[in-house]
Design a protein around this ligand. Structure first.
Ligand code: TRP
Length: 362
Protein backbone atom coordinates (compact mmCIF):
# COMPACT_ATOMS: atom_id res chain seq x y z
CA UNK A 1 0.00 0.00 0.00
CA UNK A 2 1.46 3.36 -0.97
CA UNK A 3 1.24 6.37 1.34
CA UNK A 4 -1.23 8.21 -0.84
CA UNK A 5 -3.48 5.23 -0.88
CA UNK A 6 -3.30 5.01 2.90
CA UNK A 7 -4.99 8.35 3.45
CA UNK A 8 -7.39 8.48 0.50
CA UNK A 9 -10.61 9.01 2.51
CA UNK A 10 -13.03 7.43 0.05
CA UNK A 11 -10.94 4.35 -0.61
CA UNK A 12 -10.32 3.97 3.11
CA UNK A 13 -14.03 4.28 3.92
CA UNK A 14 -15.05 1.73 1.28
CA UNK A 15 -12.39 -0.70 2.43
CA UNK A 16 -13.27 -0.23 6.10
CA UNK A 17 -16.99 -0.68 5.52
CA UNK A 18 -16.42 -3.95 3.70
CA UNK A 19 -13.91 -5.07 6.29
CA UNK A 20 -16.27 -4.18 9.16
CA UNK A 21 -18.88 -6.53 7.70
CA UNK A 22 -16.34 -9.35 7.61
CA UNK A 23 -15.23 -8.60 11.15
CA UNK A 24 -18.80 -8.69 12.46
CA UNK A 25 -19.19 -12.20 11.06
CA UNK A 26 -15.95 -13.34 12.65
CA UNK A 27 -16.88 -11.65 15.93
CA UNK A 28 -20.15 -13.51 16.12
CA UNK A 29 -18.30 -16.79 15.55
CA UNK A 30 -15.36 -16.32 17.86
CA UNK A 31 -15.30 -13.24 20.11
CA UNK A 32 -12.28 -14.58 22.01
CA UNK A 33 -10.03 -13.77 19.03
CA UNK A 34 -10.61 -10.07 19.54
CA UNK A 35 -9.54 -7.38 21.90
CA UNK A 36 -11.27 -4.02 21.69
CA UNK A 37 -10.04 -0.58 22.60
CA UNK A 38 -12.16 2.55 22.26
CA UNK A 39 -12.16 5.88 23.99
CA UNK A 40 -13.56 9.34 24.43
CA UNK A 41 -12.10 12.71 25.21
CA UNK A 42 -13.46 14.04 28.49
CA UNK A 43 -14.51 17.41 27.09
CA UNK A 44 -18.18 17.46 28.12
CA UNK A 45 -21.14 15.27 28.98
CA UNK A 46 -22.16 12.41 26.72
CA UNK A 47 -25.37 12.87 24.76
CA UNK A 48 -27.80 10.64 22.91
CA UNK A 49 -25.88 11.19 19.67
CA UNK A 50 -22.88 9.50 21.31
CA UNK A 51 -25.17 6.84 22.69
CA UNK A 52 -26.69 5.74 19.38
CA UNK A 53 -23.50 6.48 17.42
CA UNK A 54 -21.08 4.46 19.54
CA UNK A 55 -21.93 3.70 23.18
CA UNK A 56 -24.75 1.28 22.42
CA UNK A 57 -22.44 -0.57 20.05
CA UNK A 58 -19.80 -0.90 22.78
CA UNK A 59 -22.32 -2.47 25.12
CA UNK A 60 -23.34 -4.90 22.38
CA UNK A 61 -19.73 -5.87 21.65
CA UNK A 62 -18.86 -6.29 25.31
CA UNK A 63 -21.94 -8.46 25.76
CA UNK A 64 -20.64 -10.78 23.02
CA UNK A 65 -17.83 -11.50 25.44
CA UNK A 66 -15.10 -9.51 23.68
CA UNK A 67 -12.36 -8.32 26.00
CA UNK A 68 -12.76 -4.55 26.05
CA UNK A 69 -10.68 -1.55 27.13
CA UNK A 70 -12.30 1.88 27.31
CA UNK A 71 -10.01 4.87 27.53
CA UNK A 72 -10.94 8.21 29.02
CA UNK A 73 -8.45 10.16 26.93
CA UNK A 74 -7.61 12.96 29.34
CA UNK A 75 -4.29 13.95 27.71
CA UNK A 76 -6.05 14.26 24.36
CA UNK A 77 -8.12 17.15 25.73
CA UNK A 78 -5.15 19.50 25.30
CA UNK A 79 -4.70 18.79 21.59
CA UNK A 80 -6.95 21.73 20.73
CA UNK A 81 -7.42 23.71 23.92
CA UNK A 82 -5.31 25.49 26.49
CA UNK A 83 -6.14 23.46 29.57
CA UNK A 84 -7.92 20.33 30.70
CA UNK A 85 -10.91 22.22 32.17
CA UNK A 86 -12.94 20.76 35.05
CA UNK A 87 -11.30 17.42 34.38
CA UNK A 88 -12.32 15.53 37.49
CA UNK A 89 -16.04 16.23 36.94
CA UNK A 90 -15.78 15.31 33.30
CA UNK A 91 -13.85 12.09 33.83
CA UNK A 92 -16.31 10.96 36.48
CA UNK A 93 -19.29 11.99 34.36
CA UNK A 94 -17.98 9.78 31.54
CA UNK A 95 -17.32 6.90 33.89
CA UNK A 96 -20.82 7.22 35.34
CA UNK A 97 -22.32 7.17 31.84
CA UNK A 98 -20.30 4.08 30.88
CA UNK A 99 -21.52 2.16 33.90
CA UNK A 100 -25.10 3.44 33.61
CA UNK A 101 -25.46 2.25 30.01
CA UNK A 102 -24.38 -1.22 31.07
CA UNK A 103 -20.63 -1.61 30.65
CA UNK A 104 -19.65 -4.07 33.36
CA UNK A 105 -16.42 -3.03 35.11
CA UNK A 106 -15.63 -6.67 35.90
CA UNK A 107 -15.33 -7.31 32.16
CA UNK A 108 -14.45 -3.90 30.75
CA UNK A 109 -11.27 -2.08 31.76
CA UNK A 110 -11.98 1.65 32.06
CA UNK A 111 -8.86 3.81 32.48
CA UNK A 112 -7.28 7.23 31.92
CA UNK A 113 -4.18 8.26 29.97
CA UNK A 114 -2.64 10.24 32.77
CA UNK A 115 -2.49 7.27 35.14
CA UNK A 116 -0.69 4.93 32.74
CA UNK A 117 2.94 6.10 32.38
CA UNK A 118 4.03 3.06 30.33
CA UNK A 119 1.36 3.73 27.71
CA UNK A 120 2.60 7.28 27.26
CA UNK A 121 6.19 6.12 26.95
CA UNK A 122 5.34 4.10 23.84
CA UNK A 123 4.98 7.44 22.11
CA UNK A 124 8.80 7.72 21.88
CA UNK A 125 9.61 4.65 19.78
CA UNK A 126 6.41 5.23 17.80
CA UNK A 127 7.44 8.79 16.94
CA UNK A 128 10.68 7.40 15.58
CA UNK A 129 8.88 5.43 12.86
CA UNK A 130 6.64 8.19 11.48
CA UNK A 131 7.52 11.13 9.28
CA UNK A 132 6.35 14.68 9.72
CA UNK A 133 5.07 14.62 6.10
CA UNK A 134 2.64 11.79 6.76
CA UNK A 135 1.45 13.41 9.98
CA UNK A 136 0.80 16.67 8.14
CA UNK A 137 -1.36 14.83 5.60
CA UNK A 138 -3.75 13.44 8.23
CA UNK A 139 -7.16 14.86 7.19
CA UNK A 140 -8.71 14.58 10.66
CA UNK A 141 -5.88 16.54 12.25
CA UNK A 142 -6.26 19.16 9.51
CA UNK A 143 -9.98 19.59 10.01
CA UNK A 144 -9.68 19.64 13.80
CA UNK A 145 -7.07 22.36 13.50
CA UNK A 146 -9.35 24.31 11.12
CA UNK A 147 -12.16 24.06 13.67
CA UNK A 148 -10.01 25.87 16.24
CA UNK A 149 -9.88 29.05 14.14
CA UNK A 150 -6.38 30.46 13.82
CA UNK A 151 -4.68 28.37 16.45
CA UNK A 152 -1.19 27.38 15.33
CA UNK A 153 -0.41 23.67 14.90
CA UNK A 154 1.05 22.47 18.20
CA UNK A 155 3.46 19.57 18.41
CA UNK A 156 0.81 17.60 20.25
CA UNK A 157 -1.92 18.34 17.70
CA UNK A 158 0.38 17.13 14.92
CA UNK A 159 1.42 13.98 16.74
CA UNK A 160 -1.72 13.01 18.65
CA UNK A 161 -2.52 10.25 16.13
CA UNK A 162 0.77 8.67 17.25
CA UNK A 163 -0.32 8.97 20.86
CA UNK A 164 -3.61 7.39 19.83
CA UNK A 165 -1.66 4.53 18.25
CA UNK A 166 -0.10 4.01 21.69
CA UNK A 167 -3.64 3.93 23.15
CA UNK A 168 -4.56 1.14 20.78
CA UNK A 169 -1.33 -0.83 20.69
CA UNK A 170 -0.39 -0.78 24.38
CA UNK A 171 -3.02 -3.46 24.97
CA UNK A 172 -2.55 -5.04 21.53
CA UNK A 173 -6.12 -4.28 20.59
CA UNK A 174 -7.01 -5.64 17.17
CA UNK A 175 -10.43 -4.03 16.93
CA UNK A 176 -11.29 -0.34 17.33
CA UNK A 177 -14.97 0.62 17.06
CA UNK A 178 -15.00 4.19 15.73
CA UNK A 179 -16.78 6.66 13.50
CA UNK A 180 -15.38 7.35 10.04
CA UNK A 181 -13.60 10.53 11.14
CA UNK A 182 -11.21 8.30 13.09
CA UNK A 183 -10.19 6.11 10.13
CA UNK A 184 -6.99 8.04 9.35
CA UNK A 185 -5.86 7.44 12.93
CA UNK A 186 -6.50 3.71 12.75
CA UNK A 187 -4.60 3.63 9.47
CA UNK A 188 -1.72 5.46 11.17
CA UNK A 189 -1.75 2.93 14.02
CA UNK A 190 -1.55 0.08 11.49
CA UNK A 191 1.41 1.74 9.81
CA UNK A 192 3.14 2.18 13.16
CA UNK A 193 2.53 -1.44 14.18
CA UNK A 194 4.04 -2.65 10.91
CA UNK A 195 6.97 -0.27 10.86
CA UNK A 196 7.86 -0.98 14.46
CA UNK A 197 8.44 -4.60 13.51
CA UNK A 198 10.23 -3.73 10.29
CA UNK A 199 12.62 -1.47 12.10
CA UNK A 200 13.06 -3.09 15.48
CA UNK A 201 11.62 -6.54 14.77
CA UNK A 202 12.67 -9.32 17.08
CA UNK A 203 15.13 -11.56 15.29
CA UNK A 204 14.73 -14.09 18.07
CA UNK A 205 10.95 -14.44 17.92
CA UNK A 206 8.67 -14.98 14.99
CA UNK A 207 5.53 -13.16 16.11
CA UNK A 208 5.29 -9.40 15.62
CA UNK A 209 5.08 -7.32 18.79
CA UNK A 210 1.91 -5.56 17.65
CA UNK A 211 -1.10 -6.90 15.74
CA UNK A 212 -2.50 -4.61 13.03
CA UNK A 213 -5.66 -3.08 14.46
CA UNK A 214 -8.86 -2.88 12.40
CA UNK A 215 -11.48 -0.17 12.58
CA UNK A 216 -14.99 -1.41 13.20
CA UNK A 217 -17.47 1.08 11.79
CA UNK A 218 -20.75 1.24 13.65
CA UNK A 219 -23.82 0.42 11.57
CA UNK A 220 -26.28 2.95 12.92
CA UNK A 221 -26.56 6.30 11.16
CA UNK A 222 -25.90 9.59 12.84
CA UNK A 223 -28.43 11.19 15.16
CA UNK A 224 -28.46 14.91 14.41
CA UNK A 225 -29.00 17.71 16.90
CA UNK A 226 -32.39 19.25 17.64
CA UNK A 227 -31.83 21.85 14.92
CA UNK A 228 -31.04 19.24 12.27
CA UNK A 229 -27.28 19.93 12.25
CA UNK A 230 -24.52 17.80 13.76
CA UNK A 231 -25.21 17.14 17.44
CA UNK A 232 -22.61 19.00 19.42
CA UNK A 233 -22.48 20.45 22.89
CA UNK A 234 -21.08 23.74 21.64
CA UNK A 235 -24.23 24.26 19.53
CA UNK A 236 -26.59 23.65 22.45
CA UNK A 237 -28.58 21.16 20.36
CA UNK A 238 -27.96 18.02 22.39
CA UNK A 239 -29.88 15.85 24.84
CA UNK A 240 -27.43 14.63 27.45
CA UNK A 241 -27.70 11.16 28.94
CA UNK A 242 -27.81 12.68 32.42
CA UNK A 243 -30.68 15.10 31.72
CA UNK A 244 -34.07 14.66 33.41
CA UNK A 245 -37.28 13.71 31.59
CA UNK A 246 -38.52 17.30 32.01
CA UNK A 247 -35.36 18.83 30.58
CA UNK A 248 -35.63 16.41 27.67
CA UNK A 249 -39.26 17.34 27.03
CA UNK A 250 -38.44 21.05 27.09
CA UNK A 251 -35.60 20.63 24.61
CA UNK A 252 -37.65 18.49 22.26
CA UNK A 253 -40.46 21.05 22.34
CA UNK A 254 -38.02 23.56 20.88
CA UNK A 255 -36.71 21.14 18.23
CA UNK A 256 -36.90 22.39 14.64
CA UNK A 257 -39.54 20.82 12.37
CA UNK A 258 -41.18 22.17 9.20
CA UNK A 259 -44.58 23.46 8.08
CA UNK A 260 -45.85 20.28 6.39
CA UNK A 261 -48.25 18.69 8.86
CA UNK A 262 -48.03 15.31 7.18
CA UNK A 263 -45.08 13.48 8.76
CA UNK A 264 -42.86 11.44 6.48
CA UNK A 265 -39.43 9.84 6.76
CA UNK A 266 -37.43 11.61 4.08
CA UNK A 267 -33.93 12.43 5.35
CA UNK A 268 -32.77 14.10 2.12
CA UNK A 269 -35.64 16.62 1.89
CA UNK A 270 -36.83 16.86 5.48
CA UNK A 271 -33.72 16.41 7.61
CA UNK A 272 -35.11 17.86 10.87
CA UNK A 273 -38.39 15.95 10.86
CA UNK A 274 -36.70 12.74 9.70
CA UNK A 275 -34.10 13.04 12.42
CA UNK A 276 -36.80 13.10 15.09
CA UNK A 277 -38.58 10.17 13.46
CA UNK A 278 -35.29 8.28 13.37
CA UNK A 279 -34.60 9.05 17.02
CA UNK A 280 -38.00 7.65 17.99
CA UNK A 281 -37.33 4.59 15.82
CA UNK A 282 -33.99 3.96 17.54
CA UNK A 283 -35.56 4.22 21.00
CA UNK A 284 -38.51 2.01 20.05
CA UNK A 285 -36.43 -0.40 17.95
CA UNK A 286 -38.83 0.03 15.04
CA UNK A 287 -38.69 1.16 11.41
CA UNK A 288 -38.72 4.95 10.87
CA UNK A 289 -41.11 4.73 7.90
CA UNK A 290 -43.64 2.84 9.97
CA UNK A 291 -43.47 5.43 12.74
CA UNK A 292 -43.90 8.32 10.29
CA UNK A 293 -46.99 6.63 8.82
CA UNK A 294 -48.44 6.16 12.25
CA UNK A 295 -48.10 9.86 13.07
CA UNK A 296 -49.48 10.75 9.64
CA UNK A 297 -51.22 14.14 9.84
CA UNK A 298 -50.36 14.58 13.51
CA UNK A 299 -47.85 17.28 12.55
CA UNK A 300 -44.82 18.48 14.46
CA UNK A 301 -46.81 18.37 17.71
CA UNK A 302 -47.70 14.71 17.31
CA UNK A 303 -44.17 13.85 16.31
CA UNK A 304 -42.66 15.62 19.31
CA UNK A 305 -45.08 13.99 21.70
CA UNK A 306 -44.15 10.57 20.39
CA UNK A 307 -40.41 11.14 20.30
CA UNK A 308 -40.37 12.66 23.81
CA UNK A 309 -42.13 9.64 25.26
CA UNK A 310 -39.86 7.28 23.33
CA UNK A 311 -36.63 8.98 24.47
CA UNK A 312 -37.72 9.31 28.08
CA UNK A 313 -38.93 5.71 28.29
CA UNK A 314 -35.78 4.38 26.69
CA UNK A 315 -33.41 6.34 28.91
CA UNK A 316 -35.38 6.08 32.17
CA UNK A 317 -33.55 2.99 33.50
CA UNK A 318 -30.18 4.34 32.35
CA UNK A 319 -30.87 7.65 34.07
CA UNK A 320 -31.98 5.91 37.21
CA UNK A 321 -28.76 3.87 37.33
CA UNK A 322 -26.83 7.02 36.58
CA UNK A 323 -28.33 8.82 39.58
CA UNK A 324 -27.64 5.88 41.89
CA UNK A 325 -24.03 5.66 40.73
CA UNK A 326 -23.47 9.40 40.99
CA UNK A 327 -24.54 9.22 44.63
CA UNK A 328 -21.68 6.80 45.35
CA UNK A 329 -18.41 8.55 44.46
CA UNK A 330 -16.40 6.06 46.54
CA UNK A 331 -17.52 3.23 44.27
CA UNK A 332 -16.71 5.22 41.13
CA UNK A 333 -13.23 5.99 42.42
CA UNK A 334 -12.68 2.31 43.11
CA UNK A 335 -13.79 1.30 39.61
CA UNK A 336 -11.42 3.77 38.00
CA UNK A 337 -8.52 2.84 40.27
CA UNK A 338 -9.01 -0.84 39.44
CA UNK A 339 -9.23 -0.07 35.69
CA UNK A 340 -6.03 1.95 35.91
CA UNK A 341 -4.26 -0.85 37.78
CA UNK A 342 -5.24 -3.38 35.14
CA UNK A 343 -4.32 -1.11 32.23
CA UNK A 344 -0.99 -0.25 33.88
CA UNK A 345 -0.03 -3.90 34.26
CA UNK A 346 -0.77 -4.50 30.57
CA UNK A 347 1.13 -1.38 29.52
CA UNK A 348 4.20 -2.30 31.61
CA UNK A 349 4.33 -5.69 30.00
CA UNK A 350 4.05 -4.28 26.48
CA UNK A 351 6.72 -1.69 27.20
CA UNK A 352 9.03 -4.49 28.38
CA UNK A 353 8.46 -6.32 25.10
CA UNK A 354 9.12 -3.15 23.17
CA UNK A 355 12.41 -2.56 24.97
CA UNK A 356 13.45 -6.16 24.37
CA UNK A 357 12.56 -5.91 20.69
CA UNK A 358 14.63 -2.74 20.48
CA UNK A 359 17.53 -4.42 22.29
CA UNK A 360 17.30 -1.71 24.86
CA UNK A 361 17.37 -3.83 27.98
CA UNK A 362 20.65 -3.27 29.76
N1 TRP B 1 -9.89 10.60 19.23
C1 TRP B 1 -11.05 9.96 19.79
C2 TRP B 1 -12.21 10.95 19.73
O1 TRP B 1 -12.01 12.14 19.68
C3 TRP B 1 -10.84 9.51 21.23
C4 TRP B 1 -9.74 8.51 21.35
C5 TRP B 1 -8.55 8.67 21.99
C6 TRP B 1 -9.73 7.20 20.79
N2 TRP B 1 -7.79 7.57 21.88
C7 TRP B 1 -8.47 6.64 21.15
C8 TRP B 1 -10.63 6.45 20.00
C9 TRP B 1 -8.11 5.35 20.72
C10 TRP B 1 -10.27 5.18 19.61
C11 TRP B 1 -9.00 4.65 19.95
O2 TRP B 1 -13.33 10.53 19.75
Amino acid sequence: MSHDDTFDPEATLARSTERSRELETRLAKDPSKFRILTGDRPTGNLHIGHYFGSLQNRVRLASLGVQTFVLIADYQVITDRDGVGPIRERVYSLLTDYLAIGLDPAQVTIFTHSQIPALNQLMLPFLSVVTDAELRRNPTVKSELDDTGDRPMSGLMLTYPVHQAADILFCKANLVPVGKDQLPHIEQARVIARRFDERYGRADESRPVFPAPDALLSKSGTVLGLDGTKMSKSKGNTIELGMTADETAKLLKRAVTDSDRHITFDPANRPEVSNLVNLAALCLDREPVEIAEEIGDGGGGGLKKLVTAAVNDYFAPIRERRATLAADPGYLEEVLAEGNRRASAVAEQTLDEVRRAMRMVY
